[in-house]
Design a protein around this ligand. Structure first.
Ligand code: PGA
Length: 251
C-alpha cells in the first residue's frame, strides 16, 4: 500500500544524551495526529535506546546501513539479525554518502537488499544523480541504471517491503533543493520505469520519497506533487520543531 512517509536520517550526529533530548522534543511536538508514517534513523549505538523510547509513538526506528553477510569476521560491521534482535526492522541502503565515501556499488547494494529482504526488513533504497549527470542530461538514464542494478532483481512480492528515496546528490546538505517540478518529473519517471519492469500495480503502490534539503519552508510544495509520497530528511531532522513541521506538511 502506498503510504505517506517522512523519515529523518540523522547521519553521524547526536550522542546518547542528545538522542534522548531530540526524541523527547519530538514527542512534545507531535501533538496533532499525523497523516504520515514517521521514521527516524539515529546512529547504530543509539538504535536500541531510540527503539525503546519510540515504542509507544507512531515512530519507527531505522538503521542507516547494514552489512550484507549474516555474521562472521567483518570487523566493525552490523548484521540484519543484530538489528532485528533490538526491534529495528527498517534499514536505509544506498545513501549517496555510503556510495561516495564507502565505495558502495550497485552490485554490493543488490546483496544488501537481498539480505534485508530475506530478514523481512523494510528497505529504504536511496539513489539519485550527481550535478554533472543532470548537466549532461543523463539524470534519467543514471537513475534507471541505479534502480536496475541495485533493485530490479527483487521479486514482485518484495516490493511490499521497499520504500524508494530519490535524492539528487547536488541537493543533499547543500541548501539547494530540486524544484517541486523537478522532483515530480523524476518521481513520475521512476514510477514509469517500475511499471515497465514490473507492473502498474507495483509502481502505483510503492512510496517514493524525495530527499535533498527539504526544510519547513519548502516541504509542503514538494509533498503536494502527486508522485511525491514524502521525504527523507537530513539536516532538518536534527531539530524537533523543523522535523515535526515537515511531517505536518504532508496532507
Ligand atoms: P539533507 O539530507 O536534508 O540535509 O539535504 C538528506 C539526506 O541525505 O537524506
Amino acid at each position: 500500500m502506498r503510504k505517506k512517509i517522512v523519515a529523518g536520517n540523522w547521519k553521524m550526529n547526536k550522542n546518547l544524551a542528545e538522542t534522548g533530548e531530540l526524541i523527547a522534543a519530538m514527542k512534545r511536538n507531535f501533538e496533532n495526529a499525523l497523516e504520515a508514517d514517521i521514521i527516524i534513523a539515529p546512529t547504530f549505538t543509539n538504535l536500541y535506546y531510540a527503539f525503546e523510547e519510540c515504542k509507544d509513538l507512531k515512530v519507527k526506528v531505522a538503521a542507516q546501513n547494514m552489512h550484507q553477510e549474516e555474521q562472521g569476521a567483518y570487523t566493525g560491521e552490523v548484521s540484519a539479525d543484530m538489528l532485528k534482535s533490538i526491534g529495528v526492522e527498517t534499514v536505509i541502503l544506498g545513501h549517496s554518502e555510503r556510495r561516495a565515501h564507502f565505495g558502495e556499488t550497485d552490485a554490493l547494494l543488490a546483496k544488501k537488499v537481498n539480505t534485508a529482504l530475506a530478514h523481512h526488513m523494510t528497505v529504504i533504497f536511496c539513489f539519485g544523480e550527481e550535478l554533472k549527470d543532470r548537466k549532461n542530461k543523463e539524470h534519467f538514464s543514471l537513475v534507471k541504471h541505479q534502480l536496475k542494478n541495485g533493485l530490479f532483481h527483487i521479486k514482485d512480492e518484495d516490493w511490499d517491503n521497499v520504500i524508494l528515496a530519490y535524492e539528487p546528490v547536488w541537493a543533499i546538505g547543500t541548501g539547494e533543493t530540486a524544484s517541486p517540478e523537478q522532483a515530480q518529473e523524476m518521481h513520475a519517471f521512476i514510477r514509469k520505469t517500475i511499471s515497465e519492469a514490473y507492473s502498474t500495480k507495483i509502481s502505483d503502490n510503492v512510496s517514493i520519497l524525495y530527499g535533498g534539503s527539504v526544510k519547513p519552508n519548502n516541504a509542503k510544495e514538494i509533498f503536494a506533487k502527486p508522485d511525491v509520497d514524502g521525504g527523507l530528511i537530513g539536516g532538518a531532522s536534527l531539530d524537533a520543531k523543523s522535523f515535526v513541521t515537515i511531517a505536518n506538511a504532508i496532507s
